[in-house]
Design a protein around this ligand. Sequence first.
Ligand SMILES: [Zn+2]
Length: 234
Amino acid sequence: MNNTPLRRKRTVVLTFDDACRSHIEIVAPILKQYGFGATFFICRFDDEWRAKHEKHLLTAPEIRRLADSGFEIGNHTWNHPSLQQRSASECNTEIVRLNQFLQDAGVPPPVSFAYPGGPYAANAAPLLAASFRGARTTEQRPWHPKADDPMRIPAIPIQGEDKQRFYQAVEQTRHDNTVVLVFHGVPDPVHEWVNTPPHLFAEYMQYLHQNGFRAASMREILFEHGLNHPESDQ
Ligand SMILES: [Zn+2]
């Protein structure tokens, strides 16, 4: 259909979870250097945990700065619960509370969501479909926007020292699909099991740049496939 030159370029979607301060200190400057788009999925966790780890977490003004500089801000719930075990009203509270926080921070209403912990939650999907254009899982395969359920977008987590995982993931991109990558902190002192060392992240982004990849936010891909416009829903 809409075969613009952009669509012919191999595309990866870059997503960053859990509102780590390294997202603004280390990740955003590297992305800007290459003109890469990305989605930052924000959650807040409970008050006690957040107070304890405050210096490693993004503040509301920092989240606003990421949005103002063109990055997408997505909803990752307030307290990062496993949605599969929650009632509809609990899921709703988690989503609405985070959206309110983003609104108070001056961030546009999110169109993208990421399931906490990664697994698809069928019980939450109808609620999410009413609030968002797309919802990201961590089902590890490429994303075919024309074929996949937008409330069940697959993505591949990248973490640790295993470089092959990154290179194998991006090699799966084709002209009609994209690969969504999930990063946490770069580095991540509070979630060490999902840490990405900064020197590896720099290497990955340089590889994408040198090999002619386009790096986009989830929102950009949803827009391109007409999955984003509330006006066109009827
Ligand atoms: Zn998370």
